[in-house]
Design a binder for this molecule. Structure first.
Ligand code: 9D3
Length: 252
């Protein structure tokens, strides 16, 4: 998969995407990251990419033309390689106004041969850009970043690690796709006790069915306590639904 990124801070890439799973995916040729400097697509000698907001107000707005020209250049680079009826480029614009980026979207995007990510800065990007380049606006969460670059990196990491062969242990990624939608159960390793904190006895018992049930219960318990919003959408088997009823009664 090839991912093109458009930014006024090309020097921040690859950053954390250069190490570990994503670094290896690039070294193995599973993922190609191509970073474009938005200023290279500016139309004036000063490489201007921002301007004052129509209607007034604080801050600057990113001009539309450089983004449009950048996506056209990326489109040309795309059709030079793979052409076909299904070669429409998927373009995402990182934006606080976007729909929330989810694991389901990461899975869908990981199936594509190419993806383009546009990063904004300042107060935002001229609202016509998304429409002009056929981009979908995506947010990574309800907090305020200084720009789209870190959001783009989050999306690239979430998608890139799903590319076949990217993660060493393929079983863990497969397991993930069958996961229940609950938070994970707690994990422990040696030593069995540190500063008075013991690993739960059941995990040392060798009773594999008891361990399986304990993990399930902990996953339900933690989800109910920390992320009750996930419970309704989780796909729970009968055993988990029984645990949920029991935990709810206990709290009530
Ligand atoms: C005062 C209104 N703000 C909008 C919520 C202005 C504003 C804040 C932050 C405009 C741009 C930004 C920069 N943020 C991003 O570019 C961004 C982002 C984010 O801030 N949070 C979550 N996801 C994303 S994706 C891109």
């Amino acid at each position: 998969m090839r991912i093109d990124v458009v930014t006024i801070f090309p020097e921040v890439f690859p950053g954390p995407l250069g190490v570990s799973v994503l670094g290896r995916a690039q070294a193995r040729g599973l993922l190609e990251l191509v970073v474009w400097d938005l200023r290279d697509f500016a139309e004036d000698r000063h490489r201007t990419v921002d301007d004052y907001p129509y209607g007034g107000g604080a801050g600057m707005v990113m001009k539309p033309e450089p983004f449009v020209r950048a996506v056209e250049a990326i489109q040309r680079a795309a059709s030079a390689g793979t052409t076909g009826p299904d070669s429409a480029l998927r373009v995402l614009l990182a934006s606080p106004q976007g729909r929330l980026f989810t694991q389901a979207q990461a899975r869908a995007l990981a199936r594509l041969p190419r993806l383009v990510l546009l990063c904004g800065r300042y107060e935002g990007v001229d609202d016509r850009v998304a429409d002009l380049v056929g981009a979908e606006e995506v947010s990574i969460g309800d907090y305020v970043l200084a720009g789209g670059e870190l959001a783009a990196m989050v999306i690239i990491e979430a998608v890139g690690r799903l590319l076949p062969g990217a993660v060493g242990d393929e079983a863990s990624v497969t397991e993930e796709s069958f996961s229940t939608g609950l938070l994970d159960f707690p994990h422990y390793t040696r030593p069995p006790e540190i500063r008075g904190r013991r690993v739960p006895d059941v995990l040392l018992s060798g009773d594999h069915d008891a361990i399986r049930r304990w993990r399930k219960r902990e996953a339900v318990r933690r989800t109910l306590a920390r992320r009750p919003d996930l419970i309704d959408e989780a796909s729970l088997d009968e055993e988990s639904r029984a645990l949920l009823r029991e935990l709810r009664e206990r709290r009530a």
